[in-house]
Design a binder for this molecule. Structure first.
Ligand code: HEM
Length: 537
């Protein structure tokens, strides 16, 4: 079904090139740490740059996990390192470290401005132009003014990411790599993960399997099964300093005078410039609260999908909003829900030939908007659509936080609970339903924030006319106005005879924090902590 983009010899070249960079790369680029079940994201502000740099130097020398396996001391059964530590900086963090403007100014505009960039209207300074919140849909309930971190007084300079096999091991790691040795930093927010049960496949809080469709980086995967197909992408889509899907290097930050002993590689195609981005990447972090009861209550009360019981109808509508059944089977290849348990791949499908009109998987489903595959709805051929979709992929590294609403996130049990609890008076009053918060720490790695993450969120997810739809946005990740306001309230499920339209659909997730980070390579980290970096222009 899928096209092969690479001959073996070409892939060998990628392996050789990427392999060279592994010693320099933070391992989060190469691995999602499926077997590390506990994680913590520590969001920090730098209060004293000299002390903070001392602390970060210790982290780099002793803790930061490189992609090269030979540098790991111990392994899990699945071949992950037993623990992992990563460090990434926002633009304000780089400024705090003392990097001159001539260097910080070479990062991408989106990174420099940040996730909640606003500015006074030049013609009327009293009016604030809310450029990026508007573009990302961070308005009304998602407004950065309400965030727990990443905006206003709660801005952050860096994130320390810690992973371990279980929460006890994680606590030891937090003590060793943070509590005992931290200096020059102040805690702004502690992002606590929910500890996964390793025996079960990973699910997000609505109860659907997650992390199925992922890009595979040429030169990183060894699995023969993965070495062809639409998911196999050039390393430069996700790692700076390599060629991307256009055959070019994505714009990378650089320094313009010789970095001296902390050698950075030369910037490709430029003289007297050194690549600060090489083997690093941009990291997009959005904390998204999930309103699980509201999600399933809506489906239970309103689903008109063809099924016998109200519970089955609810599950079918939920699956249509996501684009997959709760067990991960895609609606396109498994429309009835009774799927071949031995189905080889959950991800080998496209849309044009098998479901052009969205009868199996609605055109506005979450997975269809965030990766339209061979049907980008711009009049392009399936082949051209695939080429386009491949230029907007993201390497997702998120994890859920907060306790599940019911054990195992079992949807039958969630529906039982929803059936037996009174609905709130106000549809949007999500916190009276469950005072305990839960959600997704959405994290993705991209070499171009604007072309990958922002494009997907803005153009594909938040656009109400995507795929010639009307008055609807992504049912999972886009903002919807409060009850009573007319716009973007719908979700449609095309059917053989007449489509079903759901109106007054609530917003099922709320953004409560976020920032754009730079996840540097090890050489870049060392450079940033050196005294040379302060004077380099
Ligand atoms: C609470 C928030 C979210 C939930 C519950 C959620 C849930 C899911 C689920 C269940 C899948 C299907 C499993 C898979 O293919 O891996 C999926 C896929 C995906 N999601 Fe999300 N997601 C969320 C946020 C986001 C955000 C913010 C983005 C990007 C802007 C995003 C982009 C994607 C992409 C690219 C895919 C894969 C589509 C494909 O290649 O077929 N998701 N998501």
């Amino acid at each position: 079904m899928s096209a092969s983009y690479s001959t073996k010899s070409k892939l060998d070249d990628y392996f050789a090139e990427v392999n060279q960079g592994k010693e320099d790369m933070q391992a989060l680029i190469a691995r999602g740490y499926d077997s590390l079940n506990a994680a913590r994201y520590i969001l920090l502000r730098i209060t004293d740059s000299t002390l903070a740099k001392n602390y970060f130097r210790i982290l780099i020398d002793t803790y930061i996990t490189r992609a090269r396996k030979s540098s790991w001391k111990a392994f899990t059964e699945k071949g992950d390192p037993k623990t992992a530590v990563h460090l990434a900086f926002t633009h304000s963090g780089l400024v705090q470290l003392g990097l001159p403007k001539a260097v910080t100014g070479t990062f991408s505009r989106q990174f420099i401005e940040g996730m909640n960039f606003t500015y006074p209207d030049p013609g009327d300074p009293k009016t604030i132009i809310r450029e990026r919140p508007q573009l990302l849909g961070d308005t009304q309930r998602n407004d950065p003014g309400n965030w727990h971190w990443g905006s206003g007084e709660k801005w952050v300079d860096c994130v320390l990411m810690l992973y371990a096999e279980c929460s006890n091991d994680l606590q030891v790691l937090i003590n060793d790599a943070y509590e005992k040795i931290k200096s020059g930093v102040e805690l702004i927010h502690m992002g606590e993960d929910f500890e996964y049960d390793p025996k079960k496949i990973s699910k997000e809080h609505f109860g659907f399997s997650d992390g199925i469709s992922q890009p595979i980086i040429k030169g990183l995967s060894k699995s023969k099964k993965e070495l062809s197909g639409d998911n196999l992408l050039n390393p430069g889509e996700f790692i700076l300093g390599y060629k991307n899907e256009y055959g070019h290097y994505s714009p990378s930050p650089y320094v313009s005078s010789n970095p001296g002993e902390h050698t950075l590689p030369p910037l490709p195609g430029a003289e007297h410039k050194w690549d600060l981005g090489k083997n690093g990447t941009y990291l997009v972090f959005r904390q998204m609260e999930q309103h699980v009861e509201a999600f399933w209550r809506f489906h239970y009360q309103h689903s008109k999908e063809a099924a016998v019981t109200r519970e089955e109808k609810a599950v079918k509508l939920g699956a249509k909003m996501i684009g997959r059944w709760p067990d991960g089977h895609p609606l396109v290849t498994c429309p009835s829900g009774t799927c071949d348990p031995g189905m080889e791949s959950l991800n080998d499908f496209n849309y044009t030939a098998s479901d052009k009109d969205g009868v199996k998987c609605p055109l506005g489903a979450h997975i269809r908007r965030t990766n339209p595959r061979d049907q980008v709805h711009t009049g392009r051929s399936p082949q051209d659509s695939l080429v386009m979709s491949r230029r907007h992929r993201m390497l997702r590294r998120g994890r859920i936080y907060g306790p599940p609403l019911v054990p195992d996130m079992d949807i039958e049990k969630i529906l039982c609970l929803v059936r037996n609890t009174p609905a709130p008076h106000n549809r949007d009053d999500v916190h009276t339903q469950t005072p305990i918060v839960r959600g997704l720490h959405f994290i993705c790695l991209v070499s171009d924030i604007e072309r990958q993450f922002e494009f997907v969120q803005n153009v594909w997810a938040n656009t109400s006319t995507f795929a010639n739809l009307c008055n609807e946005v992504d049912p999972i990740i886009s903002p919807r106005p409060p009850e009573g306001q007319p716009d973007c309230h719908d979700f449609t499920t095309p059917q053989q005879t007449i489509r079903k339209r759901y109106t007054n659909v609530p917003q099922f997730t709320t953004i409560v924090g976020g920032a754009y980070f730079f996840l540097p390579g090890i050489r870049a980290l060392n450079y940033m902590m050196s005294e040379t970096s302060k004077i380099n222009v």
